[in-house]
Design a protein around this ligand. Structure first.
Ligand SMILES: [Fe+2]
Length: 345
């Protein structure tokens, strides 16, 4: 019995985590469906719900180790599912439990089933099913609010990057290649979807703090004085100030703050070294350096892929994390990547 309670509590915690992560709507509904399957040892689960900002329904079916995910209008619901959605009444049977998901108004249903008649849902499970479905309804609504907030924040990021690109037109990362390299590196390094999202946002915002630095200094072509260099070194902290109040961007803060640290500890602002540096910052440092070398900057001529590779390799364990460099060089040497990157210049 204690084991069953533990399973329910840990599932509720997972539900909380799913709701507050950067996970996309399809994976979110899939994750919730899997929770039902695990908690109730169900042979079949159907979860269908409307996700705001997504306009349509998402329907997940889990059975016999298979999973099916459909997106679409009301037509992806069966007649029975539409009726249940309209009646908003639970259906509690021995081997089948169905509950509408309601928050002010119905927006989905969940259905679980056990195959064999001698394995029926007991009274406790039936009560849990109703109360967990009430929790799920609330969490889906919270997830919806997060989605809306995310949209607002994305617009904020877009405005900020537009402003930044106008202010320092030649020093931003190239969006297409950066997005592709982040995706490929994240796959190699097995990052979670939340870590990938944070890294994508950080790649757009990491130099936003430069808005506080005079543009004449940012485009200066001769060696900087100590005073000028100190001013430039402030940009990670200034960047953090621009986003620190935005709850959703909290995971992005450490990546931005430490994107100029070096693996050997000689970077700034905190002289962190090796794994003390957040993984996202170590990845971004490599992508940032690649962009500057491959595409060039007003004060720096661009380099060929072979030259960039050599330079990155030389900085292994000095400026950069060796593991990340190995993965990055592996990606650069893929035939398709080479062709793609060279086509961008
Ligand atoms: Fe920077």
């Amino acid at each position: 019995m204690i084991k069953r309670y533990k399973a329910v509590f840990s599932s509720l915690h997972t539900l909380y985590r799913l709701t507050h992560s950067f996970i996309d709507p399809k994976d979110f509904v899939l994750g919730v469906s899997k929770l039902y399957k695990n908690i109730f040892k169900a042979d079949k689960v159907i979860l269908v719900c409307k996700i705001s900002n997504f306009y349509n329904f998402i329907k997940v079916q889990l059975y016999d180790k298979k999973q099916m995910v459909k997106k679409g209008g009301i037509s992806i619901l069966s007649k029975r599912e539409k009726d249940i959605l309209q009646d908003t009444k639970e259906i509690i049977l021995d081997t089948r439990l169905i509950c509408p998901l309601v928050f002010i108004e119905p927006f989905g249903i969940v259905y679980i089933k056990r195959k064999t008649k001698n394995d029926i849902f007991d009274d406790l499970e039936k009560r849990w099913f109703i109360s967990i479905s009430e929790q799920v309804s609330v969490y889906i609504k919270i997830y919806n609010l997060y989605q809306e907030q995310r949209k607002t924040i994305l617009n904020y990021i877009k405005s900020l990057t537009t402003l930044l690109n106008q202010y320092i037109p030649t020093s931003h990362l190239h969006p297409k290649s950066t997005a592709k390299l982040i995706r490929m590196l994240s796959k190699e390094l097995k990052l979670s979807s939340s870590e990938i999202k944070s890294l994508e946002y950080a790649s757009l915002l990491h130099d936003a703090g430069k808005l506080h630095i005079p543009s004449t200094l940012l485009t200066k072509q001769y060696p900087l004085t100590d005073k000028e260099y100190k001013l430039i070194m402030k940009h990670p902290r200034k960047g953090v100030e621009l986003i620190k109040e935005l709850e959703l961007l909290k995971p992005v803060i450490p990546i931005i703050l430490h994107h100029h640290e070096r693996y050997d500890g000689k970077g700034y602002p905190s002289h962190l070294k090796k794994e003390e540096i957040p993984l996202g910052s170590r990845i971004l440092a490599v992508i940032d350096a690649f962009d500057a070398m491959f595409f060039g900057r007003p004060y720096k001529k661009n380099m060929s892929l072979e030259e960039v590779e050599r330079e990155l390799y030389n900085q292994k364990e000095k400026q950069f994390d060796p593991k990340i460099i190995d993965c990055f060089i592996k990606i650069l040497n893929m035939k398709d990547t080479k062709k793609y990157l060279n086509s961008l210049r």
